[in-house]
Design a protein. Structure first.
Length: 202
């Protein structure tokens, strides 16, 4: 990569992060001019990178997908104990959803299903299968059912984060502890799971 292309990528990344923040705050009423002003660049500069709102939308989707995949990879699921891996994966997904929550304003764009399968679905399934094999998860239910239950909790909590009703760490902790231990009083910090969900040392 040449120096000029690296600089262009850096500027584009900054513009996308600003766009995501402005759209999340102001909603669909935010204009390209609003985004340019928030980024501290001329309107012409923004249009040079993203000629129209549709180009910006597609770039936001690409950036959000890349960020999610990077967060899951950085979570190191394969080398973590099952419960810690679950907490890390949850934080990764919730964190990405919070950062790019402005995308809920737009019609969904098809994603790279092959990359999604390889970089997210397979690691998640592997973690749950290992959890069953090691006795961390119950064995009287199919792994697919356990995953669906987890995803239901995840989807519900992510929705509240997007609405601004939960913060990332609060949502991540709730998903992990309720999935592992249920919603009974006094069950929220077995084996330090709440601390793990918040990314704290035990």
């Amino acid at each position: 990569m040449t120096r000029s292309s690296a600089l262009r990528d850096h500027v584009a990344s900054g513009l996308l992060e600003t766009a995501a923040a402005v759209l999340a705050e102001r909603g669909d009423s935010a204009s390209m001019i609003d985004i340019a002003e928030a980024a501290g660049v001329a309107r012409a500069t923004l249009y040079r990178y993203f000629p129209n709102r549709e180009a910006l939308r597609r770039a936001l989707y690409d950036a959000a997908f890349a960020d999610l995949i990077a967060r899951v990879a950085d979570a190191g699921l394969a080398g973590a104990p099952v419960t810690e891996g679950l907490a890390r994966m949850t934080r990764a997904v919730v964190g990405a959803a919070s950062k790019w929550r402005a995308l809920t304003l737009f019609q969904k764009t098809p994603v790279d299903t092959e990359s999604l399968e390889r970089e997210l679905i397979v690691p998640m399934h592997t973690l749950f299968e290992r959890g069953v094999a090691e006795g961390a998860f119950r064995t009287d239910l199919p792994v697919a059912t356990i995953i669906e239950i987890y995803l239901g909790l995840l989807e519900g909590a992510v929705g509240r984060v997007i609405q601004g009703r939960l913060v990332v760490e609060e949502a991540s902790s709730a998903i992990t502890t309720i999935f592992l231990h249920g919603a009974l009083a006094g069950s929220g910090d077995r084996d330090g799971t709440s601390r793990a969900a918040r990314g704290e040392a035990g």
